[in-house]
Design a protein around this ligand. Sequence first.
Ligand SMILES: [Zn+2]
Ligand SMILES: [Zn+2]
Length: 257
Amino acid sequence: MNLLDSHCHLNDDLFEDDWQEALLRMQQAGVARCILAGSDMASSTRIVEMTSRNEPIYGVVGIHPHEAKTYVDGDIERLKEWIKLDKIVGLGEIGLDYFYDFSPREVQKEVFMKQLLLARELGVPAAFHVRDAHGDLTDIFRAHKNELPAGVLHCFSGSVESAREYLDMGFYLSFAGPVTFKNAAKLQLVATYCPIDRILVETDSPYLSPVPLRGKRNEPANVVHVAAKIAELRGMDVEEFGQITTANTCRLFGITP
Ligand SMILES: [Zn+2]
Ligand SMILES: [Zn+2]
């Protein structure tokens, strides 16, 4: 197996004591590498530090919509500096989340726009987080259609119609544990519909453990279950599916295959 977990949070406090062991378990499971995603400036700082060691990890840095309210002047400059580092391969996670509304929507939009334009300016890809905000997100994308960076809708949970819209804009879709859930018929349809050269897989660990590990702390090794489920849905060999999704991730983030 040659899998790559395209989005996880090994930098999370829940991994404070054993993130290196989790990396070993990941490699034993046939998952060669993973990409850590930032949520705010503190977690991004931690990712910069973790990726500076000689480990099979990359990172994206950025401010999640939940944390948009913590944005201060100067953050964009710091993100810009971090992006220059070899193992920092893009911005993320950035987007809109109207399910929780942890930051006011206007602030979410403003902080998202700053980072979207930064990704474009620097020519780096972005990992997008969107929940209950597909209308506003696609409006923004349409309004800026000539200045969009490359990107992936991480932990995609939308309909086939919204998937089509993002795919038409050139974006990738990444699937996580929920695609393995019993009540996930709609999402499974999207995972079957998505062109094979646009699919990524991820864990979003420590959250969203896939079947059969629901309720436990999730970790990068478990991306195997996500890949196996989608390969089964598509009637594909899981090895081949893994090769292709890893190649997709490397192409998007400019990582050596
Ligand atoms: Zn997210
Ligand atoms: Zn995440």
